[in-house]
Write a protein that binds this ligand. Sequence first.
Ligand code: MFK
Ligand code: FAD
Length: 497
Amino acid sequence: MTGFLQDPAQLAHPYRSDRVLLSLLDRALPADRRAALDADLDALGAYAQLAWQRASTSTRRKPVLTAWDAWGRRVDRIELTTAWQEGPGLTTRHAVLAAGHAPSEHARLEEFARVYLYHLASEFYTCPLAMTDGAATALKASGNQALIRRALPHFLSRDAASFWLSGQWMTENSGGSDVGLTETIARQDADGQWRLYGRKWFSSAVVGEAALALARPEGAGSGAAALALFYVETMDGERRRPELVIDRLKDKLGTHELPTAEIHLEGLPAWPLGELAHGVRQVAPMLNVTRTWNAVCAVASMARAISLARDYASRRRAFGRPVIEQPLHARTLADMQAEFEGAFALAFEVAHLLGRVEHDAAAPHEAALLRLLTPLAKLWTGKLAVKLCSEALECFGGAGYIEDTGLPQLLRDAQVYAIWEGTTNVLSLDSLRALAGDHLGPLRTAVRGWTEGSGEAAAVSLIGTTLDAAAAWLDQHASDRDSLEAGARGLAFTLAR
Ligand code: MFK
Ligand code: FAD
């Protein structure tokens, strides 16, 4: 049978074709650092193209858990997809995590450029990578030299053979937003060794070698302030420690290649990072790093969706011309691109600020600015990724709804960005935390810097009016916590926009 056959969308090289990324890096980095970065980004872009081609010719696989071997031994072995098997080699070779911890104010920007290009091809191997980066950051902040010496060489290794992934064990059946409900107990042996007993309800780095875990020291009171933060290791040589039991892998809407497990801890050895309380305060550096990863990965999903939709529009014809030449379709794509570029600017502003703050290269207002923009970037990009991936599927017409085009996966996967690492509401409340004190002062200072000399008087005036209205709203509701919280999402969206 012959007849018309539609050419599928082709993925342009995600690095060489990304005008927005290229122009940011050219602008923000000194020439020598910019040049040194090129080879890694080029290779990660090529890997992304390879992965897209591979996905179109192979059936996607989910990881498989084998709990018992043929002879009745508990093995909890997880078989991973190809991209996951390639993850340690690829990411250590291209220094994805190590780059972020280099001694430079540009380190984080250089790291997140890599993350942005790698994320879609990684099949969410970026999820445990983010947590490993967060664990490295929280360990450094703790100042616990013994744990830093023990774990950081593995977390930041440039050699796959010695590389370790870390998990982030916070969420329990009782609560993921309200971790103060944590039931996991930390008990001390007679010899002083701490051990964890309890159940962690979501563990996305269950194949990792380490984790940071919240637990309640036995006898401590209730609530979040009484929680401590512990470092654990999951392996005993080649074997998973028997005190860590994988109950099952979750059956999820998306992120199918990512093995997210329900686990039990039956006396897993653990070491406190610092004081045996205020574990949430101690894990906060990890949260802020993983939230930055989330924002950058959400933006990467938008970039991928738009790139494919634009390519398809140049191949697909309707009413006598390529649909990209239909004024309304061109306008649809242009609107998507504009929203993406705003989100990209916000996410990468956070990435660059993080590096400047970590290396004492920030202006006085920038630490507070980073604290505010991190939840805003996470919540804004999480929602926008769903909207733009959905719009991109529609750009393919019916083909966008068909599984083996590889397109529906974009939408399914995007839904996770708004949920994990703090939901949109939880992040909106976190932005209220960040606005305590000087309210909007750091943002006003930043906006002055961003818009200086722009010549966009009307836009500058609109931003000023918006910030004035936000400040007035905060003052008006300052003494009524319930109405402040009820309006927190609206305020967060306004500020992010
Ligand atoms: C591919 C993309 C990559 C992304 C990978 C993602 C992998 C997914 C893995 C996960 O989902 S891991 C689980 C993530 N879980 C969360 O994000 C928890 C969501 N809930 C919250 O964030 C709640 O707001 C929180 C648990 C923090 C509430 O806890 P509390 O103890 O009731 O809050 P409280 O008392 O306000 O804060 C305790 C302290 O922490 C305070 O400091 P002080 O003790 O000094 O007063 C807060 O200021 C501080 N704090 C809280 N959040 C902070 C923070 N400090 C800095 N930054 C923050 N974000
Ligand atoms: P709940 O906290 O029960 O929230 C339910 C609803 O209530 C949400 O809409 C929330 O916004 C709202 N809500 C809660 N409190 C408030 C409030 N004060 N004001 C307004 N609204 C509120 N966790 C880990 O610790 N480690 C992992 O590796 C991990 N991996 C994950 C992987 C995947 C694929 C997913 C989906 C989740 C993962 N999580 C992980 C868990 C994730 O972090 C939690 O699901 C998330 O933090 C929400 O917690 P919850 O599911 O208990 O929802």
